[in-house]
Design a binder for this molecule. Structure first.
Ligand code: NAP
Length: 247
């Protein structure tokens, strides 16, 4: 599964799943654009990638802003000349039962999780179609497939990412750009660390493999879909959830 010579943009790479993806792709040989809101907080990931002997570019980007995303892609093309892999990982939650959900929380989650994925994908398609090679991996969620009380905005955004993935896969297959999604279950990151202990315990009982996932569990799946080994896979949703949902 060598990614030697490949360049990859990983959004939301400062921490959590994004950081694990950046490190795993680097371990397989890719150079990494560490794209996140705060370049100071991205430094740890940049350090880990360079320690693995790969190049890292620390880029401040808000994926919700198309101009920001376009500037990032222009910078990467100027400095590295190509983009082989895009991992749309940046994502947020603003939970609440629907009756109490504020419109701004609905909009913000859709703006980052869905529009951010649209912005980054649209911006890399031009270089990828020209080079007739590309691997796009979108991070969806188990919640996009099965729903979750308190997460109407988040579930809607992730279900939409799945529909988006399948459509773009159909549109760009002829240019040898594959587009897939990884749908993690409940993963041990800052996003889930705030859950009360009893909620975590209840969740754990619903997971046949008996534990929450680790960021590396997701990163290995992403790495496979980004590799040449997955060249005949497109429009697929790979569930990484310990068996919690067998879709
Ligand atoms: P995390 O620990 O909160 O990390 C997300 C990263 O994305 C943070 O560094 C965050 O920066 C950054 N980010 C947020 N908004 C951004 C924006 N507009 N532009 C650029 N970067 C932005 O989350 P995670 O748990 O690693 O989740 C990563 C992805 O996996 C998300 O798409 C999430 O929905 C998905 N996922 C997670 C789980 C889980 O159980 N953890 C399960 C299923 C799917 P700030 O910290 O500064 O906001």
């Amino acid at each position: 599964m060598s990614l030697e010579g490949k360049t990859a943009i990983v959004t939301g790479a400062a921490q959590g799943i994004g950081r694990a993806i950046a490190e795993t792709l680097a371990r397989h040989g890719a150079d990494i654009v560490v794209a996140d809101l705060d370049p100071g907080r991205s430094q740890d990931t940049v350090g880990a990638v360079t320690k693995l002997g790969r190049r890292a570019l620390n880029v401040k980007v808000n994926v919700a802003d198309f101009a920001d995303v376009k500037a990032m892609v222009d910078q990467v093309m100027k400095e590295w000349g190509k983009i082989d892999i895009l991992v749309n990982n940046a994502g947020i939650t603003r939970d609440g039962l629907l009756l109490r959900m504020k419109e701004e929380d609905w909009n913000l989650v859709l703006q980052v999780n869905l529009n951010g994925t649209f912005h980054c994908t649209k911006a890399v398609l031009s270089p990828m179609t020209k080079q007739r090679f590309g691997r796009i991996v979108n991070i969806a969620s188990i919640v996009g497939a099965m729903g979750n009380a308190g997460q109407a905005n988040y579930a809607a955004s992730k279900a939409a990412v799945i529909g988006f993935t399948k459509t773009v896969a159909r549109e760009y297959a002829s240019r040898l750009v594959t587009v897939n999604a990884v749908a993690p279950g409940f993963i041990d990151t800052a996003m889930t660390q705030g859950l009360p202990a009893e909620v975590k315990e209840t969740l754990q009982k619903q997971i046949p493999l008996g534990r929450l996932g680790q960021p590396s569990d997701v990163a290995e799946a992403v790495s496979f879909l980004a590799s040449d080994a997955a060249g005949y896979i497109t429009g697929h949703v790979l569930h990484v959830n310990g068996g919690m949902l067998m879709a």
